[in-house]
Design a protein around this ligand. Sequence first.
Ligand code: 3NM
Length: 549
Amino acid sequence: MKDQVDYSLYLVTDSTEAILGSRDLVQVVEQALIGGVTIVQYRDKTSDTGVLISTAKALHEKCKAHNIPLLINDRVDVALAVGCEGVHLGQDDMNVSEARNLLGNDKIIGATVSSIEEARIAVERGADYLGIGTLYATNTKKNTKDIIGINGIRKILKSLNDGNEAEKKVKTVCIGGVNASNLQRITHQLHAPSSPSTQPKPIDGVAVVSAIIGAPDPKTASSHLSKLLHSPPPFKAHSTEPHFWLESNAQEITHVLSFASLATKSVREKSPLSHNMTNLVVQNFAANVALCIGASPIMANYAAEAPDLARLGGALVVNMGTVTPDGLANFKQAINAYNLAGGPIILDPVGAGATSVRRSAVAELLNNGYFDLIKGNEREILAVASASGFSVSGPTSQQRGVDSGTAVYTLPQKASIVSTLALRERCIVLMTGATDVISDGNRTYTISNGHAYLGMITGSGCTLGTTLSAYLAANQGDKLLAAIAGVLHYEIAAEEASRREDVKGPGTFVPAFLDELYRLGVKVAGDGEWEGARVECVKDVGEGVLVLD
Ligand code: 3NM
């Protein structure tokens, strides 16, 4: 019986004025049950025992009518008096084995944990499920011990997955700040593979308080959350199943290139919005690049505009060229708007490894948003990997400015880094360099086009981000191949520009490059193909350069 419990939408109650208001808790919970919550925990830190027991009995009647288990927070005595299905215990409450002795094996016992060690001990003592948190800071419980974020929860899930049978089997829910605006992203991000051969341990549910108890209509709120739980996040809604390798490399590359020319056509036909939140140095150049490839640019760093812009079917570039607390807050708000609308987001973590401010900014962004594509040079991608919870084995070097510096890793090592990070973040990762490496965790390719002049002008990395945004927005079925098409457009245009007689160096290269971006886009869109593309597939990607902490 206990094994059949559905933890997916776990309601924790709150009787305080700030959340429940003047409403009746039992009626609110009944509405939530009708709306579709799958398990209820009665949590009341202030009422006297008599009130606790009478409220719990009334709640139990309602829960039984819906065949939903009722658990009591902290108070084993109340659970025994009511005869409900179990208890939930915090770290400061009775310990799990003592509660088990009192309640017996048939009752459900859950425990709050915030670390690998607490999780291990709770399982050893016989917990049936773990409430892992705190995910995000919340007004509902201000005295939480640790805010561990997405990464903290992923670490605990991985450790359970690597543990003994009981650890593998224990059920899990996450708690803290979960609501309708972030639920799908959170569950998507928590399902994070650490290697191609290991299935990650899933989170079995989300626990919410204010998103239901504090909602104006708890029934509608619960049924909306339940619907969200059972549908793909908006940013995956248009994905077609990625194809796996075609039989021969030649067939594979033919497929990639025919996709690329269609993708270019699609950019010109759809003229998608490219919303750039970018630095002052490149705004003008980025707008010109977008126009030349056939996209519609807007440079809008003020996030209050993002919800409207996100509805226009375009994509967002988050460029960390200049990081300020204000900028970061704007990024987070805009990212949320695009994640909710399903518009692709490109993260360009400019100079991510250069300072501790930038390193923590990357971590904060990854913790608060899903990025469809993360692009950067070697050091930037390593900084992202470290923010994603990896440590790096092998050579590393401190990033100085935002320029790329000398490459340290070999191509096979880069392929390993890029595919491991892409697999974990469930997105596309592009490491730029003389040879670019791009992967979605399953398919990895190299692209060896481009020209040295790109490294001698400002904003060439940033405006590649702009180009990618247009390609992803216009080609959402297979964003990896769309990104390859964008890189080809950008880099082949650079090659063509560099060959022109009027180009004498980086200065004359810039206008010629814009011309070639335009000319080639029009040519390929009109039944042309990407001549001179140097794309290869990397079928044997090693593991082990990135190791999870
Ligand atoms: N326990 P909301 S956070 C009851 O971290 C509780 O253990 C937490 O409320 C923990 O869904 C929390 O309104 C409150 O953010 C969660």
